[in-house]
Each structure stands twice: as structure tokens, then as C-alpha cells.
Design a binder for this molecule. Structure first.
Ligand code: ACM
Length: 284
């Protein structure tokens, strides 16, 4: 199957302009079965106030942005993952939606909020859903096979636990819409997450500037061996796709006698659910 990224520079609080950009760019990736768009790409990122973010947010069940993605999915025969500013009542979430030809399939709400996002959004409350995609449902001659995808968003890259959870849930392709601002760091860490969990990763990072934030582009597609299969430029709109075999992610063997998942010793990892303060006191 072909997977890819759609890297661009969404405009703050301009949902119609952002939808036009998405429509134009997704057409350039036709041939792909799965395309990943950046974080918050319906709305832009750097909202000065919660009110302005609310004004640009859309409910999951009634979202012009997600309706466009469903339409593009039907037109181009592609599953789409896109970050969007989600409103539920008066709550806001930094959400990534997975959309297919029949409409939205599911969503992930960002677990680890970055910097001023903490003033705008609720932390994610839906855990780490994973989805089996049937490529045969795409309007694309000859498309067949299945793949299992999981979703993470941007700053989640700093937390190895969440990548491991996706691997334990059988994810073959992690889709990672991003608005990265720390140059080069995630692009170094993500190939290690891919290698240590033996999964493909598509990190789609936006470009451009909003106020005091510069976004760093350089989207990547990484193999389960940690090889970067494609890397975007730092500043340009770019759509790149690569051919992959999702089944490659099923092989967790390290040696004939070692398996990345089966060799784990979770009974010894219980410190992971205790607080650093408690552990520090106990081990002083
Ligand atoms: C980020 O999480 N958008 C840096």
C-alpha cells in the first residue's frame, strides 16, 4: 500500500482557506491509500485566547472539515488522518480524526498537551484507539488488503509509553499529525520509536509561522527498522508517498530467541504508574 504525508502551513482561524488548501494538496497525493495531514490543520495552532479557539472549533459529528475529508476520501480513494480543533459542548480538544469513504471512522484526543495548549484544551480522554482499515473499501481499482493504524499527536513523541501501547495493540502504521516547534528533535526520536516498536510512522509536520512560533516542517515516513523512507523540506508545501508492506510491522523478532513484545517483563515495570516524588523518596 502507499502511505504519505501532506505538509503545509494552515492559516490561523481561517477554516475555509485551510479546507481549500487541504482539497488542493490531497489531490496531489492521489495514488496513496493513507495520507496524514498536520495537527490542528482546520484551524491553525497559536490561539491567543480560548474564545478564539472555540470560534474555530468544530464538533466531531457536524464538522465541515471532516465532511471535506470524507468527500476527498471518496474522490481519491484514500483514508485520511487530519488534526482538527474539536468542540464538545464548551470543551475543546486537540484531536486527530481518521476518515474514510463513509465518513469519520474514529478519533484520538491529544494526551500530552504542549505549553499554552494547556490554557485551551482538555487533555485527551479517549485513550489510544486503533483501527483496522480495509483497503478494498476504497474506490480504487485493485486496492485490497488491510492494515491496522493508531493515532498520536505531536508532543506525544516525547512519551515512549504511548508508542509501546500502540505496538502492544498491534498497530502497523502510527499516524502522527504534528505542529513541531523544537527543530530536529522529534525527527530524531520518531525513527527510534519506530525501530523500538517495529512499526511504520508517518509524522506530518506543518510549516510556516504564527506569532512567536515557527513550525519546522521536515515531515517523515519511517520504516519498522527506523529508516527514514521520505523526508520533507523545512518550509514548502509537500505531498510525498511511499510504498510499504504493513505486514513488515508484524515481525517483532530481534534474534531467533528474542521478541520485542514477548520478552517484556511488565511485572517489573510497575514503577511506571507511580509518581516520581514517591519513587525518589523511597530510593533516597
Ligand atoms: C506540539 O505538541 N504541537 C509541539
Amino acid at each position: 500500500m502507499r502511505i504519505g504525508y501532506v505538509q503545509f502551513s494552515p492559516v490561523l482561524a481561517e477554516p475555509e482557506a485551510n479546507r481549500r488548501a487541504v482539497e488542493r494538496l490531497v489531490a496531489l497525493g492521489s495514488g496513496a491509500h493513507l495520507l496524514v495531514l498536520p495537527e490542528l490543520c482546520n484551524s491553525g495552532y497559536n490561539f491567543a485566547t480560548r474564545e478564539s479557539a472555540l470560534a474555530a472549533a468544530e464538533p466531531f459529528a457536524d464538522s465541515p472539515f471532516l465532511r471535506l475529508l470524507a468527500d476527498l476520501s471518496r474522490r481519491h480513494g484514500v483514508y485520511l488522518v487530519g488534526g482538527f480543533c474539536e468542540r464538545e459542548g464548551d470543551r475543546l480538544y486537540n484531536t486527530a480524526a481518521l476518515v474514510g469513504p463513509e465518513g469519520p471512522i474514529g478519533r484520538y484526543r491529544k494526551t500530552h498537551l504542549f505549553w499554552n495548549e494547556k490554557d485551551l484544551f482538555q487533555p485527551g480522554d479517549l485513550g489510544f484507539p486503533v483501527y483496522d482499515l480495509d483497503l478494498g473499501l476504497l474506490s480504487r481499482p485493485g486496492a485490497k488488503g488491510r492494515c491496522r493504524v493508531g493515532l498520536l499527536i505531536c508532543f506525544d513523541w516525547q512519551f515512549p509509553e504511548v508508542w509501546r501501547i500502540l505496538a502492544l495493540r498491534g498497530v502497523q502504521i502510527a499516524c502522527h499529525p504534528s505542529n513541531l516547534v523544537l527543530p530536529g528533535k522529534a525527527q530524531r526520536a520518531v525513527p527510534l520509536h519506530a525501530m523500538l516498536n517495529r512499526m511504520f510512522v508517518v509524522t506530518t509536520n506543518r510549516t510556516g509561522r504564527e506569532g512567536n512560533l515557527s513550525f519546522t516542517g521536515c515531515s517523515i515516513i519511517v520504516s519498522p527498522e527506523g529508516e527514514v523512507l521520505s523526508q520533507g523540506g523545512a518550509a514548502e508545501d509537500e505531498v510525498r508517498t511511499v510504498e510499504v508492506d504493513p505486514a513488515q510491522a508484524n515481525n517483532k523478532a530481534v534474534t531467533p530467541r528474542n521478541d520485542l513484545l514477548a520478552d517484556r517483563r511488565p511485572e517489573l515495570y510497575t514503577d511506571l504508574i507511580r509518581s516520581p516524588e514517591e519513587l525518589w523518596r523511597e530510593n533516597r
